[in-house]
Design a protein around this ligand. Structure first.
Ligand code: PGA
Length: 259
C-alpha cells in the first residue's frame, strides 16, 4: 500500500466574488459535514477583499480559506500589495503563489515565486506553489523539463509535508474546458513526485501534496483524483458555486486511501 496524503480540494475564485456571493458559504458548509471533512480538506481562496469576512462566513464549518497571492515584504511602501502577515491576520491558512496568471500576466519568475513561498512561511501560511507548461512548451515536448525546473526553482529548501502544497496546472488547461489525458497527468505527477522524493526524502516527498488544476469539474474529478500521485485539485471556475464545487469535494472523499 502506498502512502497517500489526505486530499485537498482548493477553490480559486480569482477576481470573482462580492459580499453577496458569500451566500454560497452556507451551502458549502452544509455540503461538507464532518464525515466528508474527515476524508478531505476543503479550502476556498477568495479575492483579498473577502478574506476578512471569510473568517466569520466559514466559522464552525471546518472549511479553510486562503489568499491568491502575497507580497514579499511584511509591510512597507508597496502601494496596492498585501503581505502574508496581513493575510494571516485575516485568519487565512494558505496562499497561492506562482499561479500562471501571475507568472505570465505579472512577470513573476520562479525566483519571485520562491521568495513569496518563503514570505508565506514567515507568516506561518502554507504556500500553494503552482507550476505548469504552456501549450507551445507541451507541443515542443518540453512539459516535464519545464515543470520540473519550475519546481526546483520555486520550492524553498526544507519545505515539505504540511508546510507546502504543489499544484500542477497546465496553462492551456486553465479555464478552457480542456484537460490533459489521465496518462499525461500521471506522467507529470510521477515526475514531480520523483523530484520531491529525491530532494526531501521518500517519506516527506510522499507527504507533500501534489494537486492537479485546470478545468477540473464534477464530470472529470473522480478520474483525476483517483490517480496515484494526485492528492487533490485546485479548482477555478467550478469553485464559484457550491453546486459545482461540492461534487468535486465528494469525489475526493470517495477515493479509497488504501487503494
Ligand atoms: P479552472 O482554473 O478550474 O477555471 O480551469 C484553475 C486555476 O486556474 O486554478
Amino acid at each position: 500500500m502506498t502512502f497517500r496524503p489526505k486530499p485537498l480540494i482548493a477553490g480559486n475564485w480569482k477576481m470573482n466574488g462580492l459580499r453577496s456571493d458569500l451566500r454560497q458559504l452556507t451551502a458549502l458548509g452544509e455540503g461538507c459535514p464532518a464525515a466528508i471533512r474527515a476524508k478531505v480538506d476543503v479550502l476556498i481562496c477568495p479575492p483579498a477583499t473577502l478574506l476578512y469576512v471569510m473568517a466569520a462566513g466559514l466559522l464552525g464549518s471546518g472549511i479553510g480559506f486562503g489568499a491568491q497571492d502575497c507580497a514579499l515584504e511584511p509591510s512597507g511602501a508597496r502601494t496596492g500589495d498585501i503581505s502574508a502577515e496581513m493575510i494571516a491576520d485575516c485568519g487565512a491558512s494558505h496562499v497561492i503563489v506562482g499561479h500562471s496568471e501571475r507568472r505570465l500576466g505579472h512577470g513573476e519568475t520562479s525566483a519571485i515565486v520562491r521568495a513569496k513561498a518563503l514570505a508565506a512561511r514567515r507568516a506561518l501560511l502554507v504556500p500553494i506553489i503552482c507550476v505548469g507548461e504552456t501549450l507551445a512548451e507541451r507541443e515542443a515536448g518540453r512539459t516535464l523539463a519545464v515543470v520540473r525546473r519550475q519546481l526546483r526553482q520555486s520550492l524553498p529548501d526544507g519545505l515539505a509535508g504540511h508546510e507546502v502544497v504543489i499544484a500542477y496546472e497546465p496553462v492551456w488547461a486553465i479555464g478552457t474546458g480542456r484537460t490533459p489525458t489521465l496518462a499525461e497527468v500521471s506522467e507529470v505527477h510521477e515526475g514531480l513526485r520523483g523530484d520531491l522524493r529525491r530532494c526531501l526524502g521518500r517519506a516527506a516527498g510522499d507527504a507533500t501534496r501534489l494537486l492537479y488544476g485546470g478545468s477540473v469539474n464534477a464530470a472529470n474529478a473522480a478520474g483525476l483524483l483517483a490517480l496515484e500521485h494526485v492528492d487533490g485539485a485546485l479548482v477555478g471556475g467550478a469553485s464559484l458555486t457550491a453546486a459545482d464545487f461540492l461534487p468535486i469535494v465528494r469525489a475526493a472523499a470517495e477515493i479509497d486511501a488504501t487503494a
